[in-house]
Design a protein around this ligand. Sequence first.
Ligand SMILES: Cc1cc2nc3c(=O)[nH]c(=O)nc-3n(C[C@H](O)[C@H](O)[C@H](O)COP(=O)(O)O)c2cc1C
Length: 193
Amino acid sequence: MDITPIEYFNELFIKELSLTKVSIPTACCLSTIGTDGFPNARFVSLKEIVDGEFVITGNMSSRKGIEISEINKVALTFWWTETGQQVRIQGNAERISEELSDSYFAARNRESQIVSIVSEQGKEISTFDELNKKYQILEKEYLGKSLERPKDFGGYAIKPQRIEFLEFKTTRFHERKLYELIDGKWKIIYLQP
Ligand SMILES: Cc1cc2nc3c(=O)[nH]c(=O)nc-3n(C[C@H](O)[C@H](O)[C@H](O)COP(=O)(O)O)c2cc1C
Protein backbone atom coordinates (compact mmCIF):
# COMPACT_ATOMS: atom_id res chain seq x y z
CA MET A 1 0.00 0.00 0.00
CA ASP A 2 1.20 3.54 -0.81
CA ILE A 3 2.44 5.64 2.07
CA THR A 4 0.26 8.67 2.91
CA PRO A 5 1.87 12.13 3.03
CA ILE A 6 1.18 12.22 6.77
CA GLU A 7 3.12 8.98 7.25
CA TYR A 8 5.88 10.31 5.00
CA PHE A 9 5.94 13.60 6.99
CA ASN A 10 6.23 11.67 10.27
CA GLU A 11 8.99 9.46 8.92
CA LEU A 12 11.06 12.45 7.77
CA PHE A 13 10.30 14.50 10.89
CA ILE A 14 11.41 11.72 13.25
CA LYS A 15 14.62 11.38 11.23
CA GLU A 16 15.21 15.15 11.33
CA LEU A 17 14.57 15.31 15.10
CA SER A 18 17.07 12.52 15.71
CA LEU A 19 19.80 14.38 13.78
CA THR A 20 19.22 18.09 14.32
CA LYS A 21 20.87 20.29 16.91
CA VAL A 22 18.69 23.37 16.33
CA SER A 23 17.06 24.77 19.49
CA ILE A 24 13.44 24.63 18.25
CA PRO A 25 13.25 21.90 15.61
CA THR A 26 9.44 22.06 15.57
CA ALA A 27 9.54 25.64 14.23
CA CYS A 28 7.62 26.25 11.02
CA CYS A 29 6.34 29.28 9.16
CA LEU A 30 2.60 29.88 9.43
CA SER A 31 1.24 32.01 6.60
CA THR A 32 -2.18 33.58 6.71
CA ILE A 33 -4.09 35.87 4.39
CA GLY A 34 -4.08 39.35 5.88
CA THR A 35 -7.25 41.39 6.18
CA ASP A 36 -5.55 43.93 3.87
CA GLY A 37 -4.76 41.22 1.29
CA PHE A 38 -1.06 41.01 2.11
CA PRO A 39 0.17 37.52 3.01
CA ASN A 40 1.36 37.45 6.60
CA ALA A 41 3.95 34.97 7.85
CA ARG A 42 5.46 34.17 11.23
CA PHE A 43 7.12 31.22 12.91
CA VAL A 44 5.19 28.98 15.25
CA SER A 45 5.93 25.65 16.81
CA LEU A 46 4.21 22.48 15.58
CA LYS A 47 2.75 20.79 18.64
CA GLU A 48 1.69 17.46 17.16
CA ILE A 49 -0.29 15.79 14.41
CA VAL A 50 -3.69 14.54 15.55
CA ASP A 51 -5.80 12.44 13.16
CA GLY A 52 -3.82 13.78 10.21
CA GLU A 53 -4.21 17.42 11.29
CA PHE A 54 -1.32 19.72 12.21
CA VAL A 55 -1.82 21.36 15.61
CA ILE A 56 -0.38 24.74 16.60
CA THR A 57 -1.15 26.81 19.69
CA GLY A 58 -0.92 30.43 20.79
CA ASN A 59 -2.91 33.57 21.36
CA MET A 60 -6.10 33.49 19.29
CA SER A 61 -6.87 37.23 19.57
CA SER A 62 -3.70 38.50 17.95
CA ARG A 63 -3.21 39.12 14.24
CA LYS A 64 -3.10 35.47 13.16
CA GLY A 65 -6.30 34.79 15.11
CA ILE A 66 -8.09 37.75 13.54
CA GLU A 67 -6.93 36.71 10.07
CA ILE A 68 -7.86 33.05 10.45
CA SER A 69 -11.31 34.01 11.73
CA GLU A 70 -11.83 35.90 8.42
CA ILE A 71 -10.21 33.39 6.05
CA ASN A 72 -9.14 30.04 7.47
CA LYS A 73 -6.92 29.05 4.52
CA VAL A 74 -3.34 28.86 5.81
CA ALA A 75 0.07 27.48 4.91
CA LEU A 76 2.73 25.86 7.07
CA THR A 77 6.29 25.68 5.74
CA PHE A 78 9.22 23.72 7.15
CA TRP A 79 12.90 23.63 6.25
CA TRP A 80 14.78 20.72 7.76
CA THR A 81 18.53 21.15 7.36
CA GLU A 82 19.69 17.64 8.28
CA THR A 83 17.39 15.74 5.94
CA GLY A 84 17.47 18.54 3.35
CA GLN A 85 13.70 18.70 3.10
CA GLN A 86 11.34 21.56 2.50
CA VAL A 87 7.72 20.77 3.34
CA ARG A 88 4.86 23.04 2.22
CA ILE A 89 1.40 22.43 3.60
CA GLN A 90 -1.79 24.22 2.59
CA GLY A 91 -4.97 23.60 4.50
CA ASN A 92 -7.91 24.88 6.51
CA ALA A 93 -7.44 25.88 10.14
CA GLU A 94 -10.13 25.14 12.73
CA ARG A 95 -10.05 26.07 16.42
CA ILE A 96 -9.25 23.16 18.73
CA SER A 97 -11.63 22.39 21.63
CA GLU A 98 -11.57 24.20 24.99
CA GLU A 99 -10.51 20.92 26.64
CA LEU A 100 -7.55 20.47 24.31
CA SER A 101 -6.60 24.14 24.78
CA ASP A 102 -6.61 23.54 28.54
CA SER A 103 -4.31 20.58 28.21
CA TYR A 104 -1.85 22.38 25.92
CA PHE A 105 -1.82 25.31 28.37
CA ALA A 106 -1.26 22.99 31.33
CA ALA A 107 1.70 21.42 29.47
CA ARG A 108 3.46 24.79 29.14
CA ASN A 109 6.17 25.65 31.65
CA ARG A 110 5.18 28.15 34.35
CA GLU A 111 7.12 31.06 32.84
CA SER A 112 5.36 30.60 29.49
CA GLN A 113 2.00 30.31 31.24
CA ILE A 114 2.57 33.62 33.05
CA VAL A 115 3.63 35.35 29.83
CA SER A 116 0.49 34.03 28.09
CA ILE A 117 -1.58 35.63 30.85
CA VAL A 118 0.15 39.00 31.13
CA SER A 119 0.82 39.62 27.45
CA GLU A 120 -1.92 40.90 25.16
CA GLN A 121 -0.06 39.57 22.14
CA GLY A 122 0.50 42.15 19.43
CA LYS A 123 -0.86 45.14 21.37
CA GLU A 124 1.36 48.20 21.65
CA ILE A 125 3.19 48.90 24.94
CA SER A 126 5.23 51.95 25.89
CA THR A 127 8.05 50.06 27.67
CA PHE A 128 8.95 46.37 28.03
CA ASP A 129 9.49 47.09 31.72
CA GLU A 130 5.74 47.57 32.09
CA LEU A 131 5.21 43.92 31.14
CA ASN A 132 8.04 42.72 33.39
CA LYS A 133 6.31 44.40 36.35
CA LYS A 134 2.98 42.73 35.47
CA TYR A 135 4.84 39.40 35.24
CA GLN A 136 6.44 39.81 38.67
CA ILE A 137 3.16 40.80 40.34
CA LEU A 138 1.36 37.75 38.92
CA GLU A 139 4.27 35.44 39.76
CA LYS A 140 4.09 36.53 43.44
CA GLU A 141 0.29 36.47 43.60
CA TYR A 142 0.09 32.91 42.26
CA LEU A 143 3.13 31.45 44.04
CA GLY A 144 2.36 27.77 44.66
CA LYS A 145 -1.03 28.00 42.95
CA SER A 146 -1.99 26.69 39.55
CA LEU A 147 -2.68 29.15 36.74
CA GLU A 148 -5.85 29.20 34.72
CA ARG A 149 -5.71 29.32 30.90
CA PRO A 150 -6.53 32.81 29.64
CA LYS A 151 -9.50 32.69 27.24
CA ASP A 152 -7.31 33.96 24.39
CA PHE A 153 -4.97 30.98 24.56
CA GLY A 154 -5.95 28.14 22.26
CA GLY A 155 -4.93 26.46 19.08
CA TYR A 156 -5.73 25.44 15.54
CA ALA A 157 -5.83 22.09 13.86
CA ILE A 158 -4.81 22.49 10.23
CA LYS A 159 -6.46 19.97 7.90
CA PRO A 160 -4.11 19.58 4.94
CA GLN A 161 -5.32 19.86 1.37
CA ARG A 162 -1.90 19.85 -0.33
CA ILE A 163 1.50 18.75 0.97
CA GLU A 164 4.63 19.20 -1.09
CA PHE A 165 7.98 17.66 -0.18
CA LEU A 166 11.12 19.03 -1.84
CA GLU A 167 14.29 17.06 -1.32
CA PHE A 168 17.07 19.59 -1.73
CA LYS A 169 19.92 18.57 -4.08
CA THR A 170 23.16 20.53 -4.40
CA THR A 171 22.91 19.89 -8.17
CA ARG A 172 19.61 21.84 -8.02
CA PHE A 173 17.81 18.78 -9.40
CA HIS A 174 15.50 18.98 -6.38
CA GLU A 175 12.97 16.18 -6.18
CA ARG A 176 9.48 17.54 -5.61
CA LYS A 177 6.50 15.38 -4.69
CA LEU A 178 3.12 17.05 -4.46
CA TYR A 179 0.28 15.25 -2.67
CA GLU A 180 -3.22 16.60 -3.11
CA LEU A 181 -6.40 15.45 -1.43
CA ILE A 182 -8.96 14.84 -4.19
CA ASP A 183 -12.36 13.30 -3.34
CA GLY A 184 -10.98 12.17 0.01
CA LYS A 185 -7.96 10.39 -1.52
CA TRP A 186 -4.34 11.50 -1.68
CA LYS A 187 -3.07 11.84 -5.27
CA ILE A 188 0.63 12.28 -5.91
CA ILE A 189 2.39 14.01 -8.78
CA TYR A 190 6.06 14.77 -9.31
CA LEU A 191 7.23 18.29 -10.13
CA GLN A 192 10.28 19.63 -11.93
CA PRO A 193 12.77 21.39 -9.66
C1 LIG B 1 10.91 29.85 16.75
C2 LIG B 1 9.63 30.55 17.10
C3 LIG B 1 8.56 29.82 17.56
C4 LIG B 1 7.35 30.45 17.88
N1 LIG B 1 6.31 29.70 18.30
C5 LIG B 1 5.10 30.28 18.48
C6 LIG B 1 3.95 29.47 18.75
O1 LIG B 1 4.01 28.23 18.86
N2 LIG B 1 2.76 30.12 18.91
C7 LIG B 1 2.65 31.47 18.80
O2 LIG B 1 1.54 31.99 18.95
N3 LIG B 1 3.70 32.26 18.53
C8 LIG B 1 4.93 31.68 18.36
N4 LIG B 1 6.02 32.47 18.05
C9 LIG B 1 5.82 33.94 17.94
C10 LIG B 1 5.22 34.25 16.54
O3 LIG B 1 6.21 34.22 15.55
C11 LIG B 1 4.49 35.60 16.49
O4 LIG B 1 5.34 36.63 16.86
C12 LIG B 1 3.26 35.65 17.39
O5 LIG B 1 2.51 34.45 17.31
C13 LIG B 1 2.37 36.84 17.02
O6 LIG B 1 1.94 36.69 15.70
P1 LIG B 1 0.62 37.42 15.16
O7 LIG B 1 0.74 38.83 15.59
O8 LIG B 1 0.64 37.25 13.69
O9 LIG B 1 -0.56 36.72 15.79
C14 LIG B 1 7.23 31.86 17.75
C15 LIG B 1 8.33 32.60 17.26
C16 LIG B 1 9.50 31.95 16.94
C17 LIG B 1 10.66 32.77 16.42
